[in-house]
Write a new protein. Structure first.
Ligand code: CTP
Length: 429
């Protein structure tokens, strides 16, 4: 198991993501100590709260680097705790040659930009001011330069027209929480090799997935639907499509032929062999796309957040507030796609979803029965880290035999595989 030391100056949210990944079994490592150059840094408290040794290392007399006596003492403490890898988590100083020599190729940092663009401070603001269309984060080995070391992993986010530095930073931070534990897991599995500037990642045995869905046709719905009121306005919801896309990618990786019927997604639609994307807009279009494709499908996972109501009349010109009575916008019910598939005589193994804010279990069990599902995946969208537009989800899978399987807070990609495992087991049963 990899022994990690963490060096930070601030609140340590990346340190927290590492702890979470260890706890959920995503990262096979232990944190042996946390060191900080700031005596009151919250990262030290966070470590103590988890029973991890936490120490302040006085950086004097230097303001911007870890050198001299502070460096010597840091190395001494790292060796004392048996750290194999040093992880920088919001550490605001340059590390110098003594530490770089002692931990050659074993110091890792995360930077909130797609390096080599925008090194240094407030890089999300630099990206926004520059007019970049994509931003992201980079996990890299640390060398003598500022944010110049060999790149292990990068994750991207779009820069949106209405982004502020804060909103872009928040989107990048979501990716950081995934990227850091993932890169550390690669290191812990001994899969990284540095070749000049390039970090090569060997395929893991876990990545060589068994093609246990090969020969299966899987239909997945994803994302929101959009119900147009007039050419300008619409009704929709906060679904990003991340969970449905993760399911499609996971099923295709396991050998399935996937039909992905999706509303307008906030993420790129997965384009890869094994996935046939079918873009739709409204609930009615999604219903038609599903019902014309469901025959011959072995598994249907209906994950989309389908609008329950749509305007009775869709105006073909912009409604004006002076002349049109927008206050009495008339709505009608949309078709329930899940229930319609559940009512088919020859129905596929059927997985539904329920995003709830209260009485999760009761609502989930009721939906499972009412819509004739085989499995129902429920999550409490009011819980932090779970639900719309997040990278993670805490799902409980309800089976029609009454059993339930609570999953921990997991990246959606991992939750997707767990759902597929359960569906496959159900098909075979
Ligand atoms: N669903 C569907 N078609 C609809 C509404 C929902 O296929 N018109 C599917 C969703 O894809 C999801 C499941 O039904 O798999 C549950 O969706 P949810 O919105 O939670 O359920 P509703 O039946 O709409 O119940 P309520 O809004 O009362 O919670």
């Amino acid at each position: 198991m990899l022994s990690i030391a963490v060096l930070g100056s601030g609140k340590g949210s990346n340190f927290q993501s590492i702890l979470d990944a260890i706890q959920s079994g995503q990262l096979n490592a232990r944190v042996v100590c946390v060191l900080s150059d700031a005596p009151d840094a919250y990262i030290l408290q966070r470590a103590r709260d988890h029973g991890i040794p936490a120490e302040y290392v006085d950086p004097a007399p230097f303001k911007t680097k870890l050198d001299g006596e502070a460096e010597r003492r840091t190395i001494e403490r790292l060796e004392h705790y048996g750290a194999q890898v040093l992880v920088l988590a919001g550490f605001m100083r340059m590390v110098k040659s003594g530490l770089l020599r002692a931990y050659a190729g074993r110091i890792i940092n995360i930077h909130p930009a797609l390096l080599p663009a925008f090194p240094g401070l407030a890089s999300w603001k630099q990206a926004l001011d520059y007019g970049a269309k994509v931003a992201g984060c980079t996990v890299h080995f640390v060398d003598e330069g500022m944010d110049t070391g060999p790149i292990i992993l990068q994750r991207t986010v779009p820069v949106l027209d209405d982004d502020t530095p804060e909103s872009l930073h928040a989107r990048i931070q979501e990716q950081e929480l995934i990227a850091y534990p993932l890169a550390l897991q690669w290191i812990s599995e001994g899969r990284t090799t540095i070749q000049n500037r390039r970090v090569l990642i060997r395929e893991s045995s876990a990545q060589k997935v068994a093609p246990d869905l090969s020969g299966q046709r899987v239909l997945i719905t994803a994302g929101p639907t959009v119900e147009d009121i007039d050419p300008i306005r619409f009704l929709s919801n906060r679904s990003s499509g991340k969970m449905g896309a993760a399911l499609a990618v996971a099923a295709a990786r396991r050998g399935a032929q996937v039909v992905l019927v999706h509303g307008p997604l906030k993420i790129p639609v997965p384009q890869q062999p094994g996935i046939e994307p079918v873009p739709v807009r409204s609930a009615q279009e999604m219903y038609e796309a599903v019902m014309t494709r469901v025959a011959g499908v072995q598994m249907a996972i209906l994950c989309a957040a389908v609008a329950d109501f749509t305007p009775v009349v869709q105006a073909d010109r912009k409604l004006k507030k002076e002349t049109d009575d927008l206050a009495c916008l008339q709505l009608k019910r949309t078709p329930d796609i899940l229930a319609s598939v559940g009512a088919l005589e020859k129905k596929p193994f059927l997985v539904g979803f329920a995003a709830e804010t209260d009485s999760v279990e009761r609502n989930a069990r009721e939906k499972l029965q009412r819509k004739h599902c085989d499995l129902l995946c429920a999550n409490d969208v009011s819980e932090p880290g779970s639900g719309f537009d997040q990278e993670t989800n805490r799902i409980t899978i309800y089976r029609k035999d009454g059993q339930s399987i609570p999953l921990p807070l997991l990246p959606k990609s991992v939750a997707a595989d767990r759902i597929l495992d359960e569906a496959l087991a159900g098909i075979k049963a």
